[in-house]
Design a protein around this ligand. Structure first.
Ligand SMILES: C[S@@+](CC[C@H](N)C(=O)[O-])C[C@H]1O[C@@H](n2cnc3c(N)ncnc32)[C@H](O)[C@@H]1O
Length: 269
């Protein structure tokens, strides 16, 4: 373990940094997982003291993930490129996809080396490494992800693929098209592009400021975006009903529930 405190923020870390909170480990903590360290708990607790609804948002995102993956399998799309996958855990993409169709294939991509090590070892331990692979990469290198040997082994780009960007694009600064463009061009017709994203209010709220402040301590500071910006990012694609909505209202049993702070949607290529 090594400290990366002086490493440039844009570089993909080669080792786990146990001194700096990680977005992946903080998220795992919100969800009641076991993949977190003291630095993560300290940062997450500071945030939860001020913004306790972060836990609900994380749970709503996971429920959205499940509905999206089930929707994809229902559409016959059983190949998943899971960008910013987070730790392997119950209710994650491989589990939901394989429950829907045992032949599903998943490539999990994450900037956090601890995540991809754990995803890879979980796949081996559960005997699914022939169908589930992990790539340690920054999704901003979309071409590198597409050309990676693990992607080449598991994903057939002659068949539709579900590109999942769930709760990750808000850790990616700059124009979303720089990331989404190459992915959109590589995926064949009938593919799906799903995303969830922390929404920006018209005027930044105290909650948003505190959340950004806490994530500024991580390697992946938070970038909130408006619904208009997210809609523009998928322009030219057909949005699956009901479009871009709070994640807890996307094809959910209780579509009248109070709106989540995360917006999400699925577009068809
Ligand atoms: C909040 S978690 C979401 C996990 C999962 N997608 C879900 O929705 O349950 C965000 C994940 O994105 C990863 N991440 C952040 N920036 C990234 C980047 N530029 N490239 C790849 N992964 C990234 C983090 O390490 C973390 O594991």
């Amino acid at each position: 373990m090594t400290s990366m405190l002086h490493a440039p923020r844009s570089r993909t870390p080669v080792e786990v940094d146990s001194f700096r909170p990680s977005a992946a480990r903080m998220y795992d903590y919100y969800l009641g997982g076991r993949n977190h360290l003291a630095a993560d708990r300290e940062a997450a607790d500071a945030l939860l003291d001020a913004v306790p609804e972060v836990v609900t948002a994380a749970q709503q995102n996971r429920a959205f993930l499940r509905r999206v993956v089930e929707y994809a399998v229902g559409q016959g799309v059983t190949q998943f490129l899971d960008l910013g996958s987070g730790y392997a855990s119950p209710g994650g993409v491989p589990e939901v996809a394989c429950a829907g169709d045992a032949t599903s294939r998943v490539v999990a991509v994450d900037i956090d080396p601890g995540v991809t090590a754990q995803v890879g070892s979980t796949a081996r331990a559960t005997g699914v490494s022939g169908r589930v692979g992990a790539i340690h990469a920054d999704l901003r290198d979309a071409i590198g992800v597409l050309e990676h040997p693990v992607t080449r082994r598991l994903i057939d780009f002659d068949r539709p693929v579900a590109i999942l960007c769930l709760a990750v694009l808000h850790f990616v600064p700059g124009e979303l098209d720089r990331v989404l463009g190459p992915l959109r061009r590589a995926a064949p017709r009938g593919s799906l592009l799903a995303f969830s994203h922390a929404a920006a209010s018209e005027a930044p709220t105290t909650t948003e400021r505190i959340t950004r402040l806490v994530y500024d301590c991580t390697l992946t500071p938070l970038v909130l975006r408006s619904e208009e910006t997210l809609t523009a990012a998928v322009s030219g694609l057909e949005l699956v009903d009901p479009g871009i909505v709070p994640v807890n209202r996307w094809r959910a049993p209780d579509a009248d529930a109070p709106a989540s702070t995360l917006l999400g949607g699925v577009a068809r290529l």
